[in-house]
Design a protein around this ligand. Sequence first.
Ligand code: PMP
Length: 314
Amino acid sequence: MSAGFHGAKYCWMNGKVIETEKALVSAMNEVFFGIFEGVKAYTKGDVLSKGRLNIFQWNAHIDRLWDSAAICSIKIPYTKERLLKATKETIKANGFQSNVYIQPRIWPKEGAEPFMGTAKEFDVVIPIWKFETLLGKGNVRFSKKRRLMVSSWRRIPSDALPAQAKCWANYGNSALAVREAARLGYDGAIFLDSRGFVSEGTGACIMVVRDGKVITPPVTASILESVTRTSVLTYAPEDLSIPVEVRDITRAELYASEEAFLCGTGYEITPITSVDDIPIGEKYPGPVTKRIAEHYAEILAGNVKKRKTWLTPV
Ligand code: PMP
């Protein structure tokens, strides 16, 4: 392993901040079963600058980790408060002063899984690393063109693997779609669910704009219950007077939408240029997507008073 993970010298593992290169597990471990979270902390005042960090929607993310654990019948050996303290300690140990991604990971402990799926003890690791945001006024990364395809793989049905849980196994399904898209020369993929309705991206939810309204699939369309999706569904109507609707979306509607974007902790707000080479809308990025992304950046930076409760200072 390199001296740091994505440049992070320290991570947290099983109760302590340790050097990333010492965070080792055995190659003999079974790794398919476990859960994780993806959270971000952004610079206060301006997401493109440096300074103090605020964690976005910590409570919603940690509650989802506990939901994932319940669904997978895993007992997390720490409290939610301890994991927040661990996250803050790790950010401070690394001296981070710009946006970071936080990924609490939970796997079976070495030797804890005598038979597939029977592990009772779990390792808890929190790697944290810096990333470059797509957001912020005039950020050229936001406007980069993104050609997506509808995957020939369907999103896992919830009665086979629970898409609502953030468990590692689900990402085997995502990886198949990512690899297919790369092979065919696209920038990414969108899944349909087992019924043939639009589901989500490979690591993000999807929203389309039709007649000025933002529409996104329901939880029953095999999606992860995305924290970003819930945030957009709250602030778009309340702060920006943009109407929203949660309902099934057909593939045809996706092609015929005025705008479409991915949303998620990792993807933030990512506008989509085309799907299956059918251009989405007339202007790229579309005006609704732009307003939603700009407001999101202001919320993340702590500049929107009524959304400050979504931020936890480090
Ligand atoms: N769907 C999938 C499959 C994801 O991996 C993610 C990223 N966590 C999302 C949706 C978006 O969820 P969130 O907004 O909570 O990051």
